[in-house]
Design a binder for this molecule. Structure first.
Ligand code: M7G
Length: 330
């Protein structure tokens, strides 16, 4: 068994296990290689026309691409997935190797693993709004300090007119989407929530574990709306969320960071559960608020998040940044 951070996930809901797949490929090694989907009916990305690469990173091995899919604006996120310990045997025994160079005790190769170990995690947003395109475009950022009053006079009117749709959140709460992915639900409409894997996590390894708890209540937009009245809900999410993650994935609370984003992208209260050692995008001090700190702050002062100044980064082209500039706050 690997150390806890690298333990393999037990996929109760995966259709075909890696072992079964390996067996199938052993009998028919070409079955995956030949399985290219070259028509629109089999491959929803067929005919995608790239307009621009919004962002890419050789280190993170990802690329954010803007383009047209069936004449609709789309953003596609391509991301090479981590190498998993449980696939090493297959990688070493079942790959084709092409020698690049050899020198003394050193040699480098191009290794072609079996196709099912060479997958690229792909996220599609279609139709994508201009706001989605901007979200993924690499941009200079500026730190804004927002007082409680700024929130009410600048930020709130802005997010009420401009924020991303939270239809995907309602689909989850109403079991119209991702119902089979739910890890835990407390159905109480006041303090309850749904816990499920964030779609950034492919669930293949625990190193980048990422789940979100989405509250059933629809009237809490963000951290700013929280008061001591919400403490039962927050402590419930922390306790039951941590217990469910321990039960399902074997990861203890002491190996998790549990936090909220401010500003979030989606204004329906949700809480992130991340592997402690994983440097998730947006978990820095300028963006993330630990749930345990939030709980303590509300215990000390019910109006803490109504009155305190909160800092957060905004990208150069974000409308909210212009609003802060127009108000002479930057
Ligand atoms: P956030 O704190 O509002 O902002 O987090 P961020 O997107 O800037 O981090 C929302 C979280 O919900 C993100 O971690 C997204 O990856 C995740 N997410 C977004 N969508 C549209 C979905 C979805 O459809 N399903 C799931 N499971 N997660 C999503």
């Amino acid at each position: 068994m690997a150390e806890s951070g690298k333990r393999d996930v037990d996929f109760a809901d995966r259709n075909e296990t890696d072992a079964a797949k390996a067996k199938r490929l052993k009998n028919d090694p070409n079955s995956d290689q030949d399985n290219h989907n070259n028509s629109a009916s089999e491959n929803p990305l067929f005919g995608f026309k790239t307009t621009t690469v919004l962002r890419d990173s050789a280190r993170e091995k990802n690329m954010f691409v803007h383009g047209k899919l069936n004449d609709q604006d789309a953003v596609i996120i391509l991301e090479k997935t981590p190498i998993r310990e449980d696939t090493l045997l297959e990688i070493f025994n079942g790959s084709r190797l092409k020698l690049d160079m050899r020198n003394d005790i050193y040699s480098t190769y191009q290794l072609q693993p079996p196709a099912h170990l060479n997958e690229i995690k792909t996220t599609v947003v279609c139709p994508a709004t201009e706001k989605h395109v901007k979200k993924y475009l690499r941009q200079e950022t500026y730190l804004v300090q927002e007082t409680g009053e700024d929130y009410r006079s600048i930020t709130l009117p802005y997010i009420q007119s401009q924020s991303f749709s939270v239809q995907w959140v309602y689909n989850i709460l109403e079991k119209k989407a991702e119902a089979e992915r739910i890890v835990y639900e407390d159905p109480d409409q006041d303090v309850g929530f749904v816990l499920l894997p964030d779609f950034k996590w492919d669930q293949k390894q625990l190193d980048d574990l990422h789940l979100i708890a989405i509250v059933h209540r629809r009237d809490i937009k963000s951290l700013r709306d929280l008061t001591a009245l919400h403490l039962p809900s927050l402590t419930n999410i922390r306790k039951l969320g941590e217990e469910s993650i321990l039960k399902r994935y074997g990861v203890a609370a002491s190996k998790l960071k549990v936090y909220l984003h401010y500003q979030p992208s989606y204004y329906h209260l949700h809480i992130h559960f991340n592997a402690l050692s994983y440097e998730a995008p947006g978990c820095g001090v300028e963006h993330a608020h630990l749930l345990s700190d939030v709980i303590q702050n509300l215990q000390a002062d019910s109006q803490y998040y109504h009155s305190r100044s909160l800092s957060f980064p905004l990208r150069a082209d974000e409308g909210l940044l212009s609003k802060f500039k127009d108000a002479g706050k930057l």
